[in-house]
Each structure stands twice: as C-alpha cells, then as structure tokens.
Design a protein around this ligand. Structure first.
Ligand code: NOJ
Ligand code: CA
Length: 522
C-alpha cells in the first residue's frame, strides 16, 4: 500500500462558493473575511483543503467566472490583504487552499478585451477570437454557448464589425490560446498566486482551452469547439510544468466531458492534471449498478495510473438531497449515503459547502432569479444560526441575502446540527475523521463486490480490510455477498443513527432503506 500519497489524495477538498458562505459586513454577499471567520467550522470537518470559487474583480455577469483582473480581489469580497490573511489562517489550521483559475475566457471588462475590441489593429486584437460574419451573414459558424439561454457562441461587435467567440455569456469572451502571448500571460497568473502561497488550482472548463483553429462545425462524434487533439494535451503539460516549478502543489481540472476515456487521457500520462472532476459520475442516476459500472470503468481505464476524484455536487448542479429525492425524506438520507460513497472510495472526495448539512436546493421565486442558467437553487447561502434567534439572514448576513435561504434553515443550520449528535453535520465529521485515521481508506486498493441489485458494495484493502455497503434503494436489502460468506465484521460507521456499532455476522446483515455502512472485517 502506498504510504507516500500526497495531501490532495489523502482527504477531502471542501468547495467554498464565496458569495454564499458568510457575509462579514452586512451587504448580503459572502466575502473573504467571512470565510476566515468560519475557518474553525471547516477545520472541524477534517478536510485537507478548501477550494475557493472565484473572488477576483468581476462585473459578476457569471458571478465571478467573468474575471476582469486575474491578480486582485473584487471589493465585494475584500482585498488582497484579506486573501493573505485567509491563506495564513487556513494554513495555521493545516487546511490547504486551492483557488479557481479561469483561463478559457475573461470578462468583457478586462483591460485586455477592452483593448482588443477597440480596433482591428490593436496589439491585443489577437488575444481573443475575432472573425468576420459567415458569407451568408450571421455568426462565423454554428458553435453554441454552453448556456442554452445564450444560444450562438458568437457576439457581433459594432465597433470593428466582427464577431467574437463566447463559449458562455457574451460578457465572457474566449481568450485565444493559439496566441503564445495569451498562454504566457495566463502562466504568469498561476505564478502570481503560487508566489502568494496557494496550494493549487481548480482549472475552469479545462477542455475548452484548445479548439479547432479552423473553427469547423461540430460533427456527430467529433467536437471542434473543445478538447482539440493533440494541442490540448500539450497546453496542459505546459501548465503543469509551471505548477511543478513549486513544491507539492496540485491542479484539478474541471474536464466537462461525458466520456471517461477522454477524461482519463488528462490524467494517465502523469504530467498533465493531478485530478479531474468526473462529470460522467455526476450525471448518473441514483442506481447501485450504474454507479458500480462507472466506478469500475474508471478503474479499468486508469490502468493503475490516474488517481480518481469523486464529487456529486457543486455550484452548477442541483444538490444531492433534492436531486435524488423520490419520496419525502429519501433525499436527506441519500445525501448521507452519497457522502459515504465519495469519501470511502479510493480517490479524492470533494465536498460542496452545505453538503455537510445535507442541504437541499432553495426555492427561488421568479422575481429573485439571478443566474442565466438556472443555478440559483444550489447557490443559496449557508444557514449558520437559527433564524428565530439570529434573524432572517440566519447568521449568514445581518442584511438582505443576495439569494433566498433554504426553507428549513431553522432545523438545518449549523447551530441546530451542532447540538444534535445524530445530525448530518456530525455524521459527516465522523465519516471524514474515519478517512483521516485510516490509511486503508486513503491509499488502499478497491474492488467492487457482487451483493445483489440494490447494493453497491466494495472492499478497501490495505493494512486492514474495510467493506463499504451502500443501499441505493428505499427498501431493506440483505447483504447478499458471493464471497465473505459467514465472515464477521465490526460496524465502524452507518448513515443511520440507530445502527449499533457492534460485531455482526455478514450472513445476517440487512441494510435498512437508504442506509450505507463501513465495516471492518476480522
Ligand atoms: C464552470 C463553472 O463552474 C461555472 O460556474 C461557470 O459558469 C463556467 N465554468 C464558465 O466559467
Ligand atoms: Ca459582504
């Protein structure tokens, strides 16, 4: 069993969406001092690192993923001094800090783009992707924005009478990575934050930094607007080389491709990404067999090289407790099973803020909708305190929160869950502590076991043998193992508060509805 695993393999990485974490000054928007003030909460979870979604100066057309200055902090979030303080305070608690890096596009208010759009012969013209209209009029090709509401990925600019490419909103023009000056400038952004002491990066839309230079239309089975081969892999290698100029840092790519073979290609060579977010996994239905098949497929494709990363929620996808709820109550229970799944598997677990509370999505009335792509519900602010005592901002803010809070803030807030030993918060702490204490959960091998259609079961083996059994249905399910018949095992942890932590005979074990368990085999 490898004992020399890296910090980014050992334990969980906690994602913070700064706007919605904690507001320190009453303007209704979370900020860096708010995060610093709540680092003990993060420390209490037992995670290895936190990842901050963007806090850079931004007009907020895409809530920070439209960056107007890559090397500063938006005043709404604080100052560079606030960032340095957050970094120092996190490090003093043994929590590493990963920042978001958005290389595919900037804001249309970035000085580079303001120059680029000013004239056809501006020296920055070629820093973005400009083209004439198609011969028949209209956009240069049929590429579409990732956001359905936006439509074509091209915006006509009156000043110079050409179109520019925007893979997301028109306020997010795509940088031209075919221009070596752009690549060098973006490498310098990495060095700026590495010099400040960050431990790694989450790379936004990794797959889009190389596109067909001929801008051909997509064809069935072949996309020309992303994942362009082999250029993209050369570019990622050069990014990794910059990061490797520094000790013990990490880059996790958002590789939004729905084909595991292509995702693993960014990991297997060993000199590209350290980790990749797996969007095949995130889109799976709540089904034991499908989860198993996908996990096994990753393992097969990894050929012993790629290290997996597991997540089921982020700021772009409905929350687990809502997405997987099929009858009232199942969502909250499944949120715990989901946490156990991602934390107990071989690979790096990511926890999105609020998952430790089992938060569902918030209800967003039409008048409060702010996102172009329907992602407000999963971005609702964290309820820290009981609204009955702390007011309607639930300890997130003393002002008017920028998005409504979840309906059940009174019951689901951190304060209420602290006091209840059976809460999801305390369950997630136990789960992460188990991972932190057990080398087998960190670096041990993993293989799937046949255990009947309702369960996803796998064995982690290292200096001990741990069996993880997860019931993906809302009915009881006997542990129907083909092997380990009659073995005895100690229950280390269950998602169900009522389950006794005792020694059981595996032959007699029946999992309750929506229950997950970790057992140590004797
Ligand atoms: C992925 C980010 O997670 C999402 O929030 C954003 O809208 C797009 N990339 C564009 O930057
Ligand atoms: Ca604030």
């Amino acid at each position: 069993m490898p004992t020399d695993i890296h910090w980014w393999q050992r334990g969980a990485i906690y994602q913070i969406y700064p706007r919605s974490f904690a507001d320190s000054n009453g303007d209704g928007i979370g900020d860096l001092p708010g995060i610093t003030a709540h680092l003990d909460h993060i420390r209490s979870l037992g995670v290895e690192a936190l990842w901050l979604s963007p806090f850079y100066p931004s007009p907020m057309a895409d809530f920070g993923y439209d960056v107007a200055d890559y090397t500063d902090v938006d005043p709404i979030f604080g100052t560079l001094a606030d960032f340095d303080r957050l970094l120092e305070e996190a490090h003093s608690r043994d929590v590493r800090v990963v920042v978001d890096w958005v290389p595919n596009h900037s804001s249309d208010q970035h000085p580079w783009f303001i120059e680029s759009r000013s004239s056809r012969d501006n020296p920055k013209r070629d820093w973005y992707v400009w083209r004439d209209a198609a011969r028949s009029g209209g956009p240069p090709n049929r590429w579409q924005s990732a956001f359905q509401a936006v439509g074509p990925a091209w915006t006509f600019d009156e000043t110079t009478r050409q179109y520019y490419l925007n893979s997301f909103t028109p306020q997010q023009p795509d940088l031209n990575w075919d221009n070596p000056e752009v690549e060098a400038a973006m490498h310098d952004v990495l060095r700026f934050w590495l010099d400040r002491g960050v431990d790694g990066f989450r790379m936004d839309v990794t797959q889009k930094i190389a596109k067909d230079p001929e801008l051909r239309d997509n064809e069935p089975g072949l996309r020309h607007d992303e994942d362009w081969q082999p250029t993209i892999h050369h570019r990622i290698r050069r990014i990794r080389a910059v990061i490797d100029e520094y000790d013990d840092r990490m880059v996790v790519g958002e590789v939004y491709l729905r084909d595991l073979r292509r995702v693993v290609a960014y990991l297997n060579t060993g000199d590209e990404l350290n980790l990749a977010h797996n969007f095949v996994f995130v889109h799976l239905p709540w089904h034991a067999g499908e989860m198993r098949a996908s996990v096994d497929e990753f393992e097969r494709l990894a050929e012993g090289a790629a290290w997996p990363a597991w997540f089921l929620a982020n700021h772009d996808h409905p929350r687990v407790a809502s997405r997987f709820e099929d009858e009232p109550g199942t969502g909250a229970r499944r949120a715990r099973v989901a946490a156990m799944l991602t934390v107990a598997m071989r690979g790096t677990p990511f926890v999105y803020q609020g998952e430790e509370l089992g938060l569902p999505d918030a209800e967003i009335p039409p008048s409060r909708v702010v996102d172009v792509d329907g992602r407000d519900p999963e971005r609702a602010p964290i309820p820290w305190r009981r609204p009955s005592e702390a007011g309607p901002g639930a300890g997130f803010t003393s002002g008017e929160p920028w998005l409504p809070l979840v309906a059940e803030a009174e019951r689901l807030c951190v304060e209420s869950q602290e006091e209840d030993p059976d809460s999801t918060l305390n369950f997630v702490r136990r789960l992460l502590r188990l991972r932190a204490e057990r080398a087998t959960l960190q670096g041990g091998s993993q293989r799937s076991l046949d255990a009947g259609p309702r369960l996803f079961c796998f064995m982690r083996e290292g200096d001990e043998r741990l069996l993880v059994a997860l019931n993906f249905t809302s009915r009881e399910a006997p542990l129907d193992l083909r092997e380990e018949q009659g073995g005895r095992a100690a229950v280390e942890l269950s998602t169900h508060p009522g389950r006794a932590l005792s020694v059981v005979d595996l032959r007699d074990l029946v999992l309750e509805a929506d229950e997950g368990m970790i057992l140590r085999l004797s």
